[in-house]
Design a protein around this ligand. Structure first.
Ligand code: SF4
Length: 95
């Protein structure tokens, strides 16, 4: 078995163009500060890119990136909806 096989980079086939890094026909933007520590970050020609999202800055504008490996989202606990009909039946039964 060949032990010296290189692991394929997620950005294999990417090409640096005048507009930026082109990967599968999409221009990729470098990762942003919020991405620091994410395991998906891939280095390409001394810059860091995200193979999951072409524009990481946009991904963080509406909260935590849902594919981030270094930050976990928090579940917002609010009041549960109560069906008023069931609530009145429950009250009538004394529960
Ligand atoms: S998955 Fe999200 S947090 Fe990780 S590098 Fe990509 S955009 Fe950044």
């Amino acid at each position: 078995m060949a032990e010296d096989k290189k692991k394929a980079s997620p950005l294999d086939g990417a090409v640096m163009t005048a507009e930026g890094l082109s990967f599968k026909g999409v221009i990729m933007s470098p990762v942003v500060e919020n991405c620091t520590g994410c395991e998906r970050i891939t280095e390409f020609e001394s810059a860091s890119y995200c193979p999951t999202y072409a524009k990481p800055a946009t991904k963080w504008t509406h909260g935590i990136c849902n594919f981030a490996t270094h930050v976990k989202g928090t579940v917002v606990q609010g009041k549960t909806k109560v069906n008023p009909l069931k609530a009145s039946k429950r009250a009538a039964r004394g529960r």
